[in-house]
Design a protein around this ligand. Structure first.
Ligand code: ARG
Length: 467
């Protein structure tokens, strides 16, 4: 095993060779190479910090930075660049390349820093960018939902509780429910970003740096809003990872519920929606099948992100201060969370953009099953009956209607009057679908005028929050 030569960073203290299997176990370069660009970016800022602290001369820092620039260019030019050398992690890799290019001067870059503050800085830079992209990408399902709401503005569907038909609602109201969830998700991510955007660099291994580096200037050059206030905390804090994964879990939870609704409403039994061929699959055996694999995978992948949240919490809970190698496990959880979110959001937006609503079928479903029973109770309340009594009375009317196999509107006036003398001809108006919807006209309700307002507001909100 040759990794005692130039890849290990701790050669001096060691006599023995590293066990090859352990070296492989210990290495993170297989996945943390995704931090390559931000690692170089942070190194350049650190280089400036060392120069203004007088640790490096102007010309030394310029040489280092120009070599770092070449390194990042080579990395971007060819993936092979990373395969040229067996290496422990991305930080080791960049430093080894630097030394290879400019010799001993390259060995000066690590002055006053540790991989502990370096990795925390890299991960924060990487995650900040990922969050910025996610908050934009989250707009895609939101836009698709608003488009769906607008093109189907009059469509009515049954609303459910306990998966039993409850009250009719506008399909657009259903769309806006998910719009709200994604809005909160974007707010949450924006909030998490504040705590991500704090600079740990300058904390060194755990105690702080001994060089007069202007940390605030370094923070500014890397776009961080603040510098960390405690070096012990800064190198061992992964709250921002937990917070992010938690916010991401809620995004996945919302996507998963959306997926479940879409899957259910696309069954023959419901028949409300039809998925586009572009996002469905067939069966290798049953020729008639059209399966909602896209949404099933989104639902399934939500579990994976919840798993990352749990693994981060479990990984951190017993760690003594400050840095421990356990924390190397943070990266795969974060990377996979970001990848899963990006892919799930993209597929979900495509599903929504191409979703077909069978309006006749949803209207038919919303008009059958006594979804207007509450309206009749409200009618009796308006006529002076206490609500509890009205509820009981309508319950008995529903029972008779069920026995006769008819809807409430199909009963005659005298049938209805046999239950209460308060009932008059105008009761039938209250039972109409239009009235049922129109009465829900307070903020948050499903009345068509309300929903139209909300769609307009949602559109405006989406435009304002454009980053
Ligand atoms: N690869 C390490 C990680 O991801 C970098 C920090 C290593 N620090 C150390 N003291 N061994 O956490």
């Amino acid at each position: 095993m040759s990794n005692r030569t130039n890849t290990n960073l701790w050669g001096g203290r060691f006599k023995g060779e590293t066990d090859p299997a352990f070296a492989e176990f210990n290495a993170s370069f297989g996945f943390d190479r995704r931090l390559f660009a931000v690692d170089v970016q942070a190194s350049m800022a650190h280089c400036d910090g060392l120069a203004s602290a007088g640790v490096l001369t102007k010309s030394e820092s310029e040489k280092i930075k120009s070599a770092l620039k070449t390194i990042v260019e080579r990395g971007h030019a060819s993936a092979d660049y990373f395969d040229e050398q067996q290496t422990e992690d991305v930080h080791t890799f960049v430093e080894a390349r630097l030394v290879q290019m400019i010799g001993d001067l390259g060995r000066k870059l690590h002055t006053g820093r540790s991989r502990n503050d370096q990795v925390a800085t890299d991960l924060r830079l990487w995650l900040r960018e990922a969050i910025d992209k996610l908050t934009v990408i989250l707009r895609n399902p939101q836009e698709a939902l608003l488009d769906l709401a607008e093109t189907n503005r009059d469509a009515v569907i049954p609303g459910y509780t306990h998966l039993q038909r409850a009250q009719p609602i506008l399909f657009a109201h259903w769309c806006l429910a998910y719009f709200e969830m994604f809005m909160r998700d974007r707010e949450r991510l924006t909030d998490v970003r504040k705590r991500v955007n704090v600079l740990p660099l300058g904390s060194a291994a755990l105690a702080g740096t001994s060089y007069p580096i202007d940390r605030k200037a370094v923070a500014r050059s890397l776009g961080f809003d603040e510098v960390s206030r405690n070096s012990l905390d800064a190198v061992s804090d992964r709250d921002f990872c937990v917070e992010f994964t938690s916010a991401a879990s809620l995004v996945m939870l919302h996507l998963s519920r959306l997926a479940e609704d879409i899957i259910l409403y696309s069954t023959t039994e419901f028949g409300f929606f039809e998925l586009s061929d572009a996002v469905a699959t067939g069966s290798s055996l049953m020729p008639q099948k059209k399966n909602p694999d896209s949404m099933e995978l989104v639902r399934g992948k939500s579990g994976r992100v919840f798993g990352h949240l749990t693994s981060l919490l479990a990984m951190m809970k017993g760690l003594p201060l400050a840095y421990n190698k356990d924390m190397q496990e943070d990266k795969e959880a974060i990377f996979d969370t970001v990848d899963t979110l990006n892919a799930s959001l993209a597929v979900s937006a495509t599903v929504l953009r191409n979703l077909r609503i069978n309006r006749e079928r949803t209207l038919e479903a919303a008009s059958h099953g006594y979804l207007n029973a509450t309206e009749l109770a409200d009618y009796l309340v308006r006529k002076g009956m206490p609500f509890r009594e009205a509820h009981e009375t309508v319950g008995r009317i529903v029972m008779v209607a069920i026995e006769r196999g008819v809807e409430l509107n199909d009963l005659s006036l005298s049938d209805l009057q046999s239950f209460s003398s308060l009932i008059d001809r105008d009761a039938f108006e209250s039972l109409s679908l239009e009235r049922t919807l129109a009465t829900k006209s307070q903020v948050g309700g499903t009345a068509p005028e309300r929903v139209a307002d909300e769609v307009a507001m949602a559109k405006a909100q989406l435009q304002n929050r454009e980053r």
